[in-house]
Design a protein around this ligand. Structure first.
Ligand code: CDP
Ligand code: CDP
Length: 228
């Protein structure tokens, strides 16, 4: 039997991956994988367990996340051992801690199969940093989503304020650039476009336009062949 097809949407922070992935998944009736949430959860679990995010603690952090029950509910809540952490993982601090645990190969390894298990028929949309390069290298459609740093900082600012979280533009821009640099320059699964990725610069476009572009590319892929 053919494996379910995957649409990968990778790119830097606040480029619109999550929003666009969710809308594409809804439109196609596909499952959704917010892979960044898994790294955010790992960072939060480590800090709640009193584990500093250091290389020496990487094996313990990997064991910790393996021992946790992580649940994505149908109404988009995220539960860690039954505790609703949906808002706690969305702070900039949680994003930064996610990017700090994400450099450790042991942590990435612990999250590998969890991510692949999201794959199911009729298909999956996955967003993150290494969907197309590492997790689903055989995916028939890979999108690399970008937007200017200023544009992303402004969008993230509005998003955080609308959730009732605090934000400051100057700090946000600095954090976003630091996080992108760490994500792009790490040795394990760095953020970079897959060789066969299609670029989508969403600096001036609307969310709807980006969703339409991805759906058009998807139609152009039909009928796709898989390597099964
Ligand atoms: O998942 P990622 O961090 O890449 O970004 P996101 O959380 O999906 O998007 C960041 C914010 O930008 C959200 O509030 C989106 O609604 C907004 N956005 C926008 O206003 N216009 C776009 N063309 C794309 C995203
Ligand atoms: O929403 P935003 O783009 O700011 O971040 P996210 O997608 O929730 O990811 C948080 C952090 O997790 C990123 O800065 C990466 O360091 C890490 N991450 C990763 O290494 N690989 C992924 N597939 C997804 C996220």
């Amino acid at each position: 039997s053919q494996p379910a097809p995957v649409i990968c949407i990778d790119g830097p922070t606040a480029s619109g991956k999550g929003t666009i992935a969710a809308l594409v998944a809804e439109k196609l009736g596909f499952a959704l994988l917010d892979s960044g949430a898994l790294y955010r959860i790992t960072g939060l679990a480590a800090s709640r367990a009193g584990l500093d995010i250091t290389e020496a603690n990487a094996p313990a952090i990997a064991d910790l996340v393996r021992s946790k029950a992580i649940t994505f509910t149908p109404n988009h809540r995220v539960l860690l051992d039954g505790d609703d952490i949906s808002l706690a993982i969305r702070t900039e601090e949680a994003g930064m801690n996610a990017s700090r645990v994400a450099v450790f190969p042991a942590v990435r390894e612990a999250l590998l199969q969890v991510q692949r298990d999201f794959r199911r028929l009729p298909g999956l949309v996955g967003d993150g940093r290494d969907m197309g390069t590492v997790i689903f290298p055989e995916a028939p459609l890979k999108v690399y989503l970008t937007a200017s740093a200023e544009c992303r900082a402004e969008r993230r600012y509005k998003q955080l304020i609308s959730k009732g979280l605090s934000a400051n533009m100057a700090d946000l821009l600095a954090d976003l650039q630091a996080r992108d640099a760490r994500d792009m320059h790490r040795a394990a699964a760095p953020l970079k476009p897959a060789e066969d990725a299609l670029y989508l610069d969403n600096s001036s476009g609307t969310i709807d336009e980006a969703v339409q572009q991805v759906l058009t590319w998807w139609e152009q892929r039909q009928p796709f062949t898989t390597s099964a």
